[in-house]
Design a protein around this ligand. Sequence first.
Ligand SMILES: *Cc1c(COP(=O)(O)O)cnc(C)c1O
Length: 387
Amino acid sequence: MDISYILNHLGEERENYYNAVSPPVFQTSNFRFKDVAALRLAFTNEKKYHIYSRGNNPTVEILRKKIAALAGADDALVFASGAAAVAAAVIANVKAGEHVVCVQKPYSWTHKLLNEFLVRFGVQSTMVDGTSTQNFADAIQPNTRTIFLESPNTFTFELQNIQEVVKLAKQHNIITIIDNSYCTSLGQRCIEMGIDIEIHSASKHYGGHSDVVAGYLLCNQVMADKIFASEYLNLGANISPHDAWLLIRSLRTLPIRLEKIKNTTDKIVEWLETHPQIEKVIYPFSKSFPQYDLAKKQMLWCGGLFSVQLKAKNVEEVETFCNALKQFMLAVSWGGYESLAVPACSFNPRRQYDDAAFPFNLIRFYIGLDDVEILTEDLKQAFTKIE
Ligand SMILES: *Cc1c(COP(=O)(O)O)cnc(C)c1O
């Protein structure tokens, strides 16, 4: 299906709302029925009919159709956050006494879900270095039901070989879930590579304006029906119609935002790679990236997020550099219009940086919709503060 058609027309039944070009926000919790027979019919399929907005809402439905088509999935569910989508996907596919294999260093709340929350309900998890598929094979137990991937992760960008892990999982009848937030469905075709459930934090690139927190879950029809009838309705972490409307609006510009972000990121990364005050740049589409070949093979798009190791003598210098940034704001999250920086040294209140994974001089950047010149100028003036 053509991407422009999906973004601009799919799911929009304009004749049903006065031919308005932009769909209405169906800001309603409830829907009325003309008679008992209609009510009885609706109760047979809460996912299809409009009964109550914790289940199905017409504005949310438009968004669901578009994001499912973009991913090449049968169906989509939209949650109030990426974290809720992750939790629903995992909880739907594991029960007490069962086991999850997860890539190490996933998003922090994915880590907590698996290593704290679900442990209370008798679910065990093993975290593995995902740069080798063999590590997944070695971690599989007779009770392993789910493998959770996040490729790349969003701080140090290690990848997993998606097709290899899918093949392994299918041999063992294990469900695969991937957090595809970095690439979006346009930038990495996870469903086509055989992944069972693709998750996104829609708060990032999909939202794109730093004004909505939401999550997407994409999968086949059987899985979508199963999750809808249980986790979706039971946890009740549904999105509001207004936020769904904002996300529909954001979809119209997703491809051009990604293109601009990629172009700017490539230029900044190239410049930083030879900069005398930079020790190392970590970016999947850099030739120096250890998994460059795999990145080029399975990712159609790379941009926005990358990390650097600053040539700094101590943490104070890292702080001086970061504090000097003006156009780049110091903040978590990413995927919006604004460019951001977050140093790893802010994570550790005790200022002990012995963890090889997050060295003291590691800084993550996000390139938003700013022009390359203003960002380069900002970095240049910050570099002068630590010369
Ligand atoms: C932000 C993020 C999440 C969580 O999404 P929320 O919308 O903040 O709940 C999950 N995974 C990744 C990779 C993220 O960056």
